[in-house]
Write a protein that binds this ligand. Structure first.
Ligand code: AMP
Length: 213
């Protein structure tokens, strides 16, 4: 059976962390439109330059650009099961997802909704530290590095995301409320809700149990 899991939730709700955990534990690949965009920006491609102003102001990148990126990933990764982290994020994107993933490619679609409050989100986002070398993610508040500013796994200097700032968080959260929350209503019966106030290991157990993966 072909399964497409949409990880849906506010920025900082833990979607990316859980997608990585599932890849390690069950080998389920994931596509993160945010990661695709950051990679384009880092390589300073024309697409990256086009997307950068949106990302750095916390606004959503236009649907046409995102849809193109997502379709390209799906076409080059013909997998039986996948996680989509951060796509769809608007109703327009959800409609494209439904036609391509459900109707044309025959995946069964389940939405995993990460439910969490703004106070927790802010702490997670402002404390987030990412290792550019090994991909390890830690948090200054919840699992601080043993040596300040250094990755516990490979000792490389940690980086922070350019949009993980106090000012941009509010814009990202507003976009989420306005554009992404209506998707929950769009999918209704296909939604599984996870209490994402919990720690990463507890969230992981809940997801595996609910999805049977
Ligand atoms: P994320 O890594 O998912 O938090 O995404 C970071 C940023 O990338 C967002 O704030 C948007 O600017 C952009 N982005 C990622 N996914 C989408 C999407 N599906 N639609 C529009 N913009 C997106």
């Amino acid at each position: 059976m072909k399964n497409g899991y949409i990880f849906l939730g506010a920025p900082g709700s833990g979607k990316g962390t859980q997608a990585k955990k599932l890849l390690d534990a069950s080998g389920i690949p994931s596509v993160s439109t945010g990661d695709l965009i950051r990679s384009e920006i880092k390589r300073e491609t024309p697409l990256g330059l086009e997307c950068k102003p949106y990302l750095t102001s916390g606004k959503l990148v236009p649907d046409t650009i995102i849809v193109r990126m997502f379709k390209q990933w799906v076409e080059t990764h013909a997998v039986a099961t996948f996680i989509s982290d951060g796509f769809p994020r608007t109703i327009e994107q959800a409609k494209v997802f439904d036609v391509l993933i459900s109707q044309e490619l025959g995946y069964t679609v389940t939405i995993v909704f990460f439910k969490v409050g703004l106070k927790t989100l802010k702490k997670r986002i402002l404390g987030r530290r990412i290792c550019p070398k090994c991909g390890n993610i830690q948090n200054e508040f919840f699992n601080p590095p043993l040596v300040s500013g250094q990755c516990d796994r490979c000792a490389s200097a940690f980086e922070t995301r350019i949009d993980d700032t106090e000012e941009i968080i509010q814009t990202r959260y507003d976009s989420y409320l306005e554009s992404t929350m209506p998707i929950i209503e769009h999918y209704k019966s296909q939604v599984i809700t996870i209490d994402a106030e919990q720690g990463p290991d507890e969230i992981f157990v809940s997801i595996r149990k609910q999805l049977s993966v």
